[in-house]
Design a protein around this ligand. Structure first.
Ligand SMILES: Cc1cc2nc3c(=O)[nH]c(=O)nc-3n(C[C@H](O)[C@H](O)[C@H](O)COP(=O)(O)OP(=O)(O)OC[C@H]3O[C@@H](n4cnc5c(N)ncnc54)[C@H](O)[C@@H]3O)c2cc1C
Length: 451
């Protein structure tokens, strides 16, 4: 058993609670400081891809996730104007090939399951604790009310507008806001009662619509109790309404009347769905992406970033939460290879070295996916649709168990975070796989790592 450390996690979102579970299971003493007064999560379905499920399965609560999962086999994509099928992204085969499926549960349920598990394991989650300043050298945290907290390691899981990031970088780095996401919740009964939308509720697969400068992803949730629809609008779209300066993610009401106008060129099904949305059930989120950061760790090596605080990306490949999950698994493997608190900086350097290239590659892939989804009608859009239709129809890319997996997304969804971390740690730390040097980081750390 490696040394046990006291760890403060800033932020009780998916990343922070995941870090708390993972590190507590390794024997560390973890406290989560969350600024909100209670567990708060709004939002529609979150896709949990297989590589994240593989990690969650080591936390002793995966069966609870499976109970809430409503995904079946595929994501169907329709053309906005006439509702014709453009593509069908199959993931029914993933469980067979990767050992885990893609799950679809609501953000609310996801966070609640993590929170419950963290409490069961003895994690202290303190609400109403807004982190104000951080002394990275100690390291310590001062809350907005003046209370002081010290630890061996501080993990910044405080999201896209991270305060911890400013400490780590010594400067403010703001995300680049690209699009606006509107999230609407509709009652499942209302959807079932209308002949135009009843068929959608009869099958739980997620689905979406692509349009110039816009796209939509939706699915029934909570076993048909509700239906969530996320509508994305490009910042440059000519009908983008002004967003209030003080708009806060998921807290600000979106203008559903405006939204109906923006999507009035869509097929009748989508228009009917928007007609069913109550004003208070339409919230907005500004989609932002961080540039690649120069580092994820403070000068002392004792303050580190995970999740959106380190690599916020747009949601177009549905990977943000999965990446936070990968982060915490790798970080914990790195901590397991050191033998004293003075080596925490070395472990954190290893974490950054292993994680950063992959996170940046996924961020770039996600950005491209957004551009591709929003092509204006024309040549590029036709080619995109043809390609999507081809792979949906032929199923050529779908791998079989035991075969070499050539599926284009194998590097994303077939990734083994712990396996990769341990291979790299064996290489970085040499013979017995444990850090034996103190307070120095060899130059070779960044070389030759795969993404
Ligand atoms: C529309 C949309 C759809 C998405 N769909 C998917 C999907 O299908 N699959 C997927 O994997 N990902 C998806 N994502 C991305 C995913 O939601 C995020 O990447 C993930 O939630 C990031 O988790 P986090 O814990 O790093 O940050 P957050 O969830 O932002 O949590 C940060 C926490 O820190 C707290 N905090 C902030 N500042 C302080 C402070 N100073 N002191 C104390 N606490 C603080 C906040 O209150 C919050 O609780 C989607 C995102 C969006 C916008």
């Amino acid at each position: 058993m490696s040394q046990v450390y006291s760890i403060l996690v800033v932020g009780g979102g998916i990343g922070g609670l995941s870090a708390a579970i993972e590190l507590t299971l390794k024997g560390h003493s973890v406290t989560v400081l969350e600024r909100t007064s209670s567990l708060q999560s709004i939002g529609g379905g979150i896709l949990i891809s297989p590589q994240a499920c593989k990690i969650i399965d080591t936390w002793g609560c995966f069966d609870r996730f499976l109970k809430l999962d409503v995904i079946r086999d595929k994501l169907q994509i329709w053309r906005y104007a006439d509702g014709s099928l453009i593509g069908s992204n199959d993931f029914g085969w993933q469980k067979n090939v990767y050992g885990y499926p893609t799950l679809n549960i609501t953000r609310e349920d996801y966070q609640r399951l993590l929170y419950d598990r963290a409490l069961e394991l003895g994690v202290t989650v303190k609400f109403g604790c807004k982190v104000d300043t951080i002394d990275q050298a100690v390291p310590s945290i001062t809350l907005a009310d003046g209370e002081l907290w010290k630890a061996d390691l501080i993990i910044g899981a405080d999201g896209i507008r991270s305060k911890v990031r400013t400490t780590v970088l010594g400067e403010v780095v703001d995300p680049r806001i690209s699009d606006t996401a509107y999230i609407c919740k509709i009652s499942g009964d209302a959807m079932r009662a209308d002949p135009l939308t009843a068929a959608i509720m009869a099958q739980p697969d997620p689905h979406g619509w692509l349009a110039p400068g816009r796209h939509v992803v939706a699915s029934p949730a909570q076993w048909g109790k509700s239906y969530y629809i996320i509508l994305i609008l490009d910042k440059e779209h000519d009908r983008h309404p002004p967003i209030p300066e003080d708009a806060r993610d998921w807290q600000t009401r979106g203008d559903i009347k405006e939204l109906r106008k923006i999507f009035d060129d869509h097929e009748p099904k989508l228009r009917k769905i928007l007609d069913m949305v109550d004003e208070e059930n339409c919230k907005l989120w500004r989609v932002g992406m961080l540039p690649d950061l120069k580092t994820w760790i403070s000068e002392s090596g004792k303050v580190v970033l995970v999740g959106d605080a380190a690599h916020a990306l747009n949601p177009y490949l549905a990977l943000g939460a999965a990446m936070a999950t990968e982060d915490v698994a790798v970080l914990s493997e790195c901590l397991s290879r050191i033998i004293s608190p003075s080596q925490i900086p070395i472990a954190m350097k290893a974490y950054e070295t292993i994680r950063k290239p992959r996170a940046e590659k996924l961020k770039a892939a996600s950005e491209f996916s957004g551009l591709e989804k929003h092509y204006p009608d024309g040549e590029k859009q036709r080619k995109r649709d043809e390609l999507m239709m081809k792979s949906a129809g032929s199923q050529i890319a779908v791998p079989k168990k035991g075969e070499k997996n050539m599926h284009p997304s194998a590097w994303v969804h077939g990734y083994d975070a712990r396996g990769h971390a341990n291979t790299e740690l064996d290489r970085l730390f040499g013979d017995d796989g444990t850090a034996t040097f103190r307070n120095t980081v060899p130059d070779s750390f960044g070389e030759g790592l795969i993404a």
